[in-house]
Design a protein around this ligand. Structure first.
Ligand SMILES: [Zn+2]
Ligand SMILES: [Zn+2]
Length: 62
């Protein structure tokens, strides 16, 4: 199962698992939308892979 990291690896911003504004690379490096678009330009700085939208996971309410 995909590991849902709780924060952007670039700026440390908290990321909700049900947020649509979260981007990951194929190695699951995780970034917020701002870093992805304005700083990283859709490329992961760790592995040079493309960053894509992370699938949203619904938060279960008990
Ligand atoms: Zn960020
Ligand atoms: Zn990466």
């Amino acid at each position: 199962m995909l590991e849902m990291k709780p924060a952007c690896e670039h700026c440390g911003k908290q990321l909700r698992i049900d947020s649509a504004d979260v981007f990951i690379c194929s190695y699951e490096c995780t970034y917020c939308a701002t870093c992805t678009h304005e700083i990283l330009q859709n490329q992961c700085p760790n592995c040079k892979g493309n960053l894509e939208k992370r699938p949203m996971r619904k938060i279960k309410e008990n």
